[in-house]
Write a protein that binds this ligand. Structure first.
Ligand code: PLP
Length: 374
C-alpha cells in the first residue's frame, strides 16, 4: 500500500527524540516546561514573528485565537472548503460561521465571495491555505480587513513553511494557526501552534490555554486546558529542525508528479504560481468533468494499493451537522460543490520515491481507462 500521508522521522531524529524523552521522564516535568518553551521559541524564529504559543491541537489553536475576539454571536467568514475544525472553532468560540465559496484555481477561499458575505455582524475572516498554497490575495484581504476593522486569521494547518514572495504562511493576518496532526507536513503527534505579533493576543492565549489562569495562577477568564505536553514538544521541535528538508522533498515529489502526469488526459494538478513555495501537504489533482472521482479513488485503493485522499469532500456547508443546524444546502456555494466533486489527492509525503510516483501514475491511467471502457 502506498499511503496517502505518512509521518516521517529520520533515524537521527528518532534517537535524539528518545534521548530527550528520557530526560523529560526522569526530570519529572511533563508539561509547561523547557521543551515547550524551546519549541515555541524556535517556531517563532522560523516564522520571524514575536510570539508562538503551543497548544494541544490545531482546533485548539483556532478556538483559542478566536476567543480573543469576543465573538458573542457575531459572524466569521470561513471557506466552505476546509476541514470541519475551521467552522467548528468559530461555533465553539461563540460565533457563527458564514461560508464563502471556493476559488477554482487555488481551492482556497473565493475572496470576492468572502467580501460579499460581510454584514454589520461580521467580526472577521479565516483563510485556509489549502494543500500549502498561500492564498494569492492574502495582502489584499489583510488590507480589506484592516479598513473594515475585521480580524484576519490564517488557518495554516496545511502550510508550515509555505511562502509567498519569501513571506511565511501564518504571518500575513493577525494570527496564524497551525496543526501538528500526524498527517501534516510536520507533527508533534497531536498539537498546534498560534503565531502572532499581537502581544495582547499572545498574552491572552497563554492564559486561555491553561484554564484561564494568569502567571500567578489566578483564574482571570474562562479558559480550557489546551496545553501541549513536554513529550509532544520534543517531537515537534525535532520535526521543525527537519521542516526545510521535508518541504524540499515534497516539492521534489511534486515535480516528479508534474512530469509523470504531463501527458495524462483529464488530469490537472494544482497550479503553483511563480513566487510561491507550496508546502505540498497534499497533492490535489482535478479530474475532467464526467470522471467519477469516487470510482477512481476506489480502483486506486482496492486494485492498486494506492491510498487516495481528498481536500475536502463534502464541503463543510454540506456536512450533516451544518445542514441540520444552519439549513445550508446544495446550491449555496456552486463552485465548491462542482469542483470538489472532481478533486482527488495523490499520495504525498516525505517517503514517496520517484518509483512510487511512476507506479501511481500508471495506476491512475489504468483506473481512468477501466472506467472509460466499463
Ligand atoms: C485546515 C485545517 N484546519 C484545522 C485542522 C485541525 O487540526 P487538528 O486536527 O490538529 O485539531 C486541520 C487538521 O486536522 C486542518 O486540516
Amino acid at each position: 500500500m502506498i499511503f496517502g500521508a505518512y509521518p516521517y522521522f529520520p533515524e537521527d531524529s528518532i534517537n535524539s527524540i528518545l534521548n530527550e524523552i528520557k530526560l523529560v521522564l526522569k526530570g519529572g516535568r511533563l508539561t509547561e516546561g523547557p521543551y515547550v518553551q524551546e519549541f515555541e521559541q524556535k517556531f517563532a524564529e522560523y516564522n520571524d514573528v514575536k510570539y508562538a504559543l503551543a497548544v494541544n491541537s490545531g482546533t485548539a489553536s483556532l478556538d483559542c485565537t478566536l476567543r480573543h475576539y469576543r465573538l458573542n454571536g457575531r459572524e466569521v467568514i470561513v471557506p466552505t472548503n476546509t476541514f470541519i475544525s475551521t467552522p467548528n472553532a468559530v461555533l465553539l468560540a461563540g460565533g457563527k460561521p458564514v461560508f464563502a465559496d471556493m476559488n477554482e484555481e487555488t481551492l482556497g477561499i473565493d475572496v470576492e465571495d468572502a467580501k460579499r458575505k460581510i454584514t454589520s455582524k461580521t467580526a472577521g475572516i479565516i483563510v485556509v491555505h489549502i494543500a500549502g498554497l498561500v492564498c494569492p490575495q492574502i495582502h489584499e484581504l489583510r488590507q480589506f480587513c484592516d479598513e473594515k476593522g475585521l480580524f484576519l486569521i490564517e488557518d495554516a494547518a496545511h502550510a508550515h513553511g509555505a511562502m509567498m514572495n519569501n513571506q511565511k504562511a501564518g504571518t500575513f493576518g493577525h494570527a496564524g494557526c497551525f496543526s501538528f496532526y500526524p498527517t501534516k507536513v510536520m507533527t508533534s503527534c497531536e498539537g498546534g501552534m498560534i503565531i502572532t505579533n499581537d502581544q495582547q493576543l499572545a498574552d491572552e492565549a497563554r492564559c486561555l490555554r491553561t484554564c484561564g489562569q494568569n502567571s500567578e495562577r489566578q483564574a482571570v477568564m474562562l479558559g480550557h486546558n489546551w496545553r501541549l505536553s513536554e513529550m509532544a514538544a520534543v517531537v515537534g521541535r525535532h520535526q521543525l529542525e527537519k521542516l526545510e528538508e521535508f518541504i524540499a522533498k515534497r516539492n521534489q515529489v511534486a515535480v516528479w508528479y508534474g512530469q509523470a502526469l504531463a501527458d495524462v488526459k483529464g488530469v490537472s494538478p494544482l497550479h503553483v504560481p511563480e513566487g510561491f513555495r507550496c508546502s505540498y501537504y497534499k497533492y490535489p489533482i482535478k479530474l475532467a468533468e464526467g470522471i467519477d472521482r469516487v470510482k477512481v479513488g476506489s480502483i486506486l485503493k482496492e486494485k492498486y494499493g494506492v491510498e487516495p485522499g481528498h481536500v475536502y469532500y463534502p464541503p463543510c456547508h454540506l456536512m450533516p451537522f451544518y445542514k441540520n443546524t444552519f439549513g445550508t444546502k446544495e446550491g449555496d456555494l456552486p463552485t465548491a460543490e462542482r469542483v470538489l466533486k472532481q478533486v482527488l489527492c495523490l499520495p504525498m509525503h516525505y517517503a514517496i520515491t520517484q518509483e512510487n510516483v511512476l507506479y501511481v501514475r500508471d495506476a491512475l491511467v489504468s483506473a481512468l481507462t477501466e472506467l472509460k471502457t466499463a
